[in-house]
Design a protein around this ligand. Structure first.
Ligand code: SF4
Ligand code: SF4
Ligand code: SF4
Length: 353
C-alpha cells in the first residue's frame, strides 16, 4: 500500500491508484471536465489540477498516480487560481451563448464557471475569430464547433464505448478540430446515430436536436428499462407536462449509461402517435380491410382458428414465437400455453438481438 496525505488527511491506497480516485474514496471532490472514467482519461482540460507540497509544478489528478509520502492539496489558493485560469482560457475560444444553448442548466462548463466566479474570458481566443458554422445534416444530432472545448470525450466515447471511431480529432491549418460526422453525408459515415457522444459532451457542442424542445429544469426523470431488446439497458425518460420528450442512458449493469440508436431515438415517440393501434383489428375477407373488434371477438377468433389447425394437422403444425419486449413472466406463460394447449414444443423468442 502507498501512504500519502490529501488535505492533511492520512490515507492509503494500492499502487496505481490515481489521485482523483483516492480523493473520491475519501469523499473529497476534485472538479473535472474532460475526464470520463474508463473512457477518457487523457488529462487535457487541466481542471483537476492539484498541488503537492514539495513540488514546483501542479499535477492532473485524473491521470497521476499517488506516490509514497505525497502531501496533496486539492483546494489551495494556488490550485484555485490555476483552475480559474483554465476556465478563463477555455472561455476565450467559446461562444458563450447560454440563453439559446440547449445545454443551459446541465452544462458542466457553465457550472464550473459559476463555481469559480468566471463570467467572461479576459482573453480573445484566435479560434473565436474564425467562422465555425454548425453542422446540422444529421436527423438527430448537431455539432456546434463554436461551443466545443476540445475535451475529446466524444472521440473516446465513440471509439471506446460505442466501438465506431466515427468522430476524430484532425488538424486543419494551425488548429485541431473535432470532425463530427453530422453533415449532409452522415449516412455514408461510420456513425450509427446512438447519441452516446451527445450524452457525454460536457457542453452544448454535440446535442440531440430534440433537446431544443425543453429546458433541463422543466423535465422530471423516470427510470425504466429500454423496451427494445433483451439486453435490458436502463434509461431515464424525460417527461415534460406528462409527455415524454427525451431519453437518457442511465447507469445500469448491462449498459453503463450507453444506449443504441433504438433505445435513444425510437423508444418513446410512438406512445402519442395517432397511428398507434388501440383496439384489436379483424380483417374483413370480403373487403380486405381491417375492422375494429372487441377483445372478446378477437380472442375467440384466434382460439377457434388455432383449435381448427390443431384438430386438422396436429399440434406440431403450430408454433409460438414470443416478443423479447415482454417480461420473463409473460414469456413463461406463453411457452406454457404453446406446450400444453397447442401441444407443441415449437416455441422460442427473439431475445438475442
Ligand atoms: S456550452 Fe455551456 S457555457 Fe457554453 S453556451 Fe452552452 S450552456 Fe453556456
Ligand atoms: S452518434 Fe454514436 S456512432 Fe455516431 S458519432 Fe456519436 S457516438 Fe459515434
Ligand atoms: S464536441 Fe463536446 S465532447 Fe467532443 S470535444 Fe467538443 S466539447 Fe468535448
Amino acid at each position: 500500500m502507498i501512504r500519502f496525505w490529501i488535505n492533511g488527511i492520512p490515507m492509503e491506497a494500492e499502487e496505481g491508484t490515481t489521485i482523483l480516485s483516492a480523493a473520491k474514496t475519501a469523499g473529497i471532490r476534485i472538479p473535472t471536465l474532460c475526464y470520463l472514467e474508463g473512457i477518457n482519461e487523457i488529462g487535457s482540460c487541466r481542471m483537476c489540477l492539484v498541488e503537492e507540497e514539495w513540488e514546483d509544478r501542479l499535477f492532473t489528478a485524473c491521470n497521476t498516480t499517488v506516490k509514497e509520502g505525497m502531501k496533496l492539496l486539492t483546494d489551495s489558493p494556488r490550485v484555485v487560481e490555476a483552475r480559474r485560469m483554465v476556465l478563463d482560457l477555455l472561455l476565450s475560444n467559446h461562444n458563450v451563448s447560454c440563453f439559446s444553448c440547449p445545454s443551459n442548466g446541465r452544462c458542466e462548463l457553465q457550472d464550473l464557471c459559476y463555481e469559480y466566479g468566471i463570467d467572461l474570458s479576459s482573453y480573445e481566443g484566435t479560434r473565436k475569430k474564425i467562422e465555425r458554422p454548425p453542422v446540422e445534416g444529421h436527423p438527430f444530432l448537431s455539432y456546434r464547433p463554436d461551443l466545443c472545448i476540445h475535451c475529446q470525450r466524444c472521440v473516446s466515447t465513440c471509439e471506446k464505448a460505442t466501438g465506431r471511431k466515427a468522430i476524430s480529432l484532425r488538424k486543419t491549418g494551425m488548429f485541431e478540430i473535432i470532425d463530427a460526422p453530422f453533415g449532409k453525408d452522415w449516412d455514408t459515415t461510420l456513425c450509427e446515430s446512438c447519441g452516446n457522444c451527445a450524452q457525454n459532451c460536457p457542453v452544448g457542442a454535440i446535442t440531440e436536436k430534440r433537446q431544443k424542445k425543453y429546458r433541463s429544469w422543466e423535465v422530471e426523470k423516470v427510470r425504466t428499462t429500454c423496451p427494445h431488446c433483451a439486453v435490458g439497458c436502463q434509461m431515464d425518460l424525460l417527461v415534460k407536462n406528462g409527455k415524454i420528450v427525451d431519453v437518457e442512458g442511465a447507469d445500469g449493469p448491462s449498459n453503463h449509461g450507453l444506449l443504441c440508436v433504438k433505445g435513444r431515438s425510437a423508444s418513446f415517440d410512438f406512445i402519442d402517435s395517432p397511428k398507434r393501434l388501440r383496439t384489436p383489428l379483424i380483417k374483413n375477407h370480403e373487403t380486405g380491410e381491417f375492422e375494429e373488434a372487441s377483445w372478446d371477438e378477437a380472442l375467440s377468433l384466434v382460439a377457434s382458428r388455432f383449435t381448427e389447425l390443431k384438430t386438422t394437422y396436429g399440434g406440431a403444425a403450430l408454433a409460438g414465437f414470443a416478443c423479447s419486449r415482454s417480461t420473463n413472466e409473460d414469456i413463461y406463460m406463453f411457452q406454457k400455453m404453446v406446450r400444453t394447449v397447442f401441444q407443441s414444443n415449437n416455441t422460442d423468442n427473439c431475445a438475442r438481438v
